[in-house]
Ligand binder design. Sequence first.
Ligand code: HMG
Ligand code: MG
Length: 298
Amino acid sequence: NLPTYVKILDVGPRDGLQNEKANVATEHKARLVAMLQDAGLREIEVTSFVSPKWVPQMGDNVAVMAAIARQPGVRYSVLVPNLKGLDSALASRPDEILVFTAASEAFTQKNINCSIAESLERFAPVIEGAHAAGVKVRAALSCALGCPYEGDITADQVEAVVRPLRELGVDAIDIADTIGVGTPAKVQAAMERALKHFPTAEVSGHFHDTYGQALTNIYASMELSVNSFHASVAGLGGCPYAKGATGNVATEDVVFMLDGLGIETGIDLDRLVDAGAYISGVLGREPVSRAARALLAR
Ligand code: HMG
Ligand code: MG
């Protein structure tokens, strides 16, 4: 009873590029978004309205949002850590914002400079403001499968943050494996806690592929009927506050697996490979995606 349709949100322009040291020009970011939507992506995480001192690469957020050629039916999301971020984000007309905290105290401190409880307090007016503007709110729960500072994270710790996020009115939740240490049974245990509080359609898996487990973890999540996943074209990425973390699972690899399973995504793999090759060329490296490398070598 796997889902027949899976929704893929490409986080490449945001999660994929946020950790790049060299400045990536705004026009390349906008072109990447254009190529992703041409490949059939209907959900794209475009940029972050975070402090440019913390994440300089996302400092052109307003310019990127102005430069994208919006296509009807495509939803564009952005990260918002606080009210200051919300004000500038809303002026850029996103379809969705993402607030983000973690199942681990230590990571929350490193990433957003506050405790988990403080992050929830901070989100309350952000959620209210976004909803008042008619904008959907997702929340990412980082380190849901393990933390670079605290090690193991339990399903109880996951639920301890999922529950208050739902109570605050968040519409959707991303179970995020920031450092890619999750394995299938553990992923299912975390997903089950999220599914207790959010409708299935509003639960997503956001798996970094550091230990090569992401595709398996997507499959394990689909066994629970979860049908929304995040991926990064070409496998771009890494987290500035999780040393050694690699990018999200490559979108090309996810599409290749789902195509093989006969699960609909609406994505054209060849055009997606072109998008990954384009941005990898801008960065001066090969795509991390195994499927993309194989297809490019044909
Ligand atoms: P802080 O230093 O505690 O904030 O940072 P503050 O309120 O004390 O403000 C300090 C300065 O930042 C002030 O400027 C503010 O105006 C400015 P100054 O007076 O010094 O000139 N500032 C801002 N500027 C622009 N936009 C804003 C903003 N807020 C404050 N929104 C803060 C707290 C949350 C802002 C900071 O820690 C931050 O920006 N963190 C973001 C870190 C980040 O982007 N991490 C990566 C994304 S999360 C991720 O990748 C995980 C995910 O993929 C899931 C997973 O894989 O786990 C989602
Ligand atoms: Mg991430």
